[in-house]
Design a binder for this molecule. Sequence first.
Ligand code: MN
Length: 134
Amino acid sequence: MDGQPSQVLYIEDNFDNRVLVRRILAAEGYEVLEAEDAESGLEIARREQPDLVMIDINLPNLDGLTLTSMMKADPDLGHIPVVAVTANVMKGDRERTLAAGCDGYIQKPIDIDEFPRRVARYLQQYVSNGRQEA
Ligand code: MN
């Protein structure tokens, strides 16, 4: 770690969810970037190279799983861990997010106690994986 706060990009079309996640993560000392759709999320990810990207699966236009696949196939973005955040609890959703290349899966509604621990764990895994050179 270089002492800089970890940067987390949250791509979510629902305003209330963005406010909630921003509050939780800001309180933990993270720098939070936000996007309302996949297209602007991709642009921000390219520009900012965040430490972690959290993606709502149900996004307008390009959905979160398609976006994840695009990011994982991109040589400049493929190394960034992606966590799916979804209200879908149908059987097979977890498998679908993992198949799309997501590194993790967080279910809505967001548990405000559990959420920061999960985020910290995903960031930790990333660092201990040595931020593999893509
Ligand atoms: Mn949504």
